[in-house]
Design a protein around this ligand. Structure first.
Ligand code: ATP
Ligand code: MG
Length: 295
């Protein structure tokens, strides 16, 4: 069984035990010397463990930094290049664009600017969460209303999907951070639309015993079982062969998981390749008295 001191720590204690039995009779000076030796052995071992841990953390930070740079360079340059291209086109004095084309260009610029903002927000959120800095501002919220608002936002960006919302009429009030739950919903709905060519996206609310369950189901590309376990890892993105690559940092789901777990809930996905994916998350139901105190 592993021990906090490791193998050399265990040896040190064996030596100490042996000295206690064998050397007590031999005089306290000899015992003190042995004990001091054992203590310094333990200290060396603890120092080595601390150094190993520091090296591991530094290595992890390096990997995170290079992944971040890769994401920044790709995910920010792509929308920036597109914005620059359309603005330059609109500014050309030798071409007269008709009104419809001008509007189309402006819509693309608007969408790409939103993408850039999202990438930056996610990177900032991920580093705040890394530093343990996510503070929740809890208040009683009406989830069906919140969901409808985000669905309306996402619907504006797609003509190929139909987004439906299905909540029971007596859905209870939940105590949660409105903006953070909106962020979770935005990422799940954005993914549902991004990773499917069209079809239905259904957001459902259910009431469990001590929790509410929200699910977002799409009819998209689906996810293989071995990839499902990795979805919530930072920067993890699935390359779907034959599909146009879409902009993203691979931070949306890990951030969503951190937010949901911070509320005391769970988040997971179920999927069938070629048929679609459903994401679920739960939020605990707080008894009215405790809810009032929390708020
Ligand atoms: N509904 C879905 N259907 C199929 N694949 C999905 C779905 N949702 C997520 N994925 C896969 O999981 C990966 C991680 O998702 P996540 O939301 O964390 O990042 P992203 O969407 O790539 O980037 P971002 O959220 O920053 O825009 C995605 O790249 C995609 O491959
Ligand atoms: Mg996403």
């Amino acid at each position: 069984m592993p021990t906090p001191l490791g193998r050399s720590g265990v040896c040190a204690f064996k030596v100490l035990a042996a000295s206690l039995f064998g050397k007590l009779a031999g005089g306290s000076a000899a015992f003190a010397r042995t004990a001091a030796g054992v203590m310094s052995l333990c200290k060396d071992r603890a120092g080595a463990l601390r150094r190993e841990e520091a090296t591991r953390l530094a290595r992890e930070r390096d990997t995170m930094r290079s992944e971040l740079i890769a994401v920044l360079s790709h995910e920010m340059r792509t929308p920036l290049a597109s914005i620059k291209g359309y603005v330059t086109a609109l500014l050309r004095e030798d071409v007269k664009w008709d009104e419809k084309t001008q509007r189309e260009f402006l819509e693309i610029i608007d969408r790409e600017t939103d993408t850039l903002t999202q990438v930056i927000t996610e990177i900032l959120d991920a580093s705040a969460l890394e530093a343990g800095g996510l503070e929740l501002n809890k208040e009683p919220i009406l989830l069906p209303k919140l969901v409808q608002k985000v669905v309306d936002e996402i619907s504006r960006h797609t003509r190929d999907h139909r987004l439906l919302v299905c909540f029971p009429a007596d859905f209870p009030v939940v105590v949660a951070d409105r903006l953070r739950i909106e962020q979770v919903m935005r990422n799940l709905l954005d993914n549902a639309v991004k990773y499917s060519d069209g079809g239905l996206v259904v957001t459902r609310g259910e009431v469990g015993e001590n929790e509410v369950i929200v699910s977002v189901a799409d009819q998209g590309v689906g996810i293989k079982p071995e990839q499902l376990n990795r979805l919530f890892e930072r920067f993890y993105r699935i390359k779907n062969e034959g599909r146009k690559s879409v902009v993203g940092t691979g931070l949306g789901l890990p951030i969503a998981r951190d937010i949901v777990e911070k509320h005391g809930g769970r988040i997971w996905a179920e999927s069938q390749v070629g048929k679609g994916t459903t994401f679920f998350f739960t939020l605990p139901l707080t008894p009215p008295a405790t809810a009032a105190e929390e708020v």
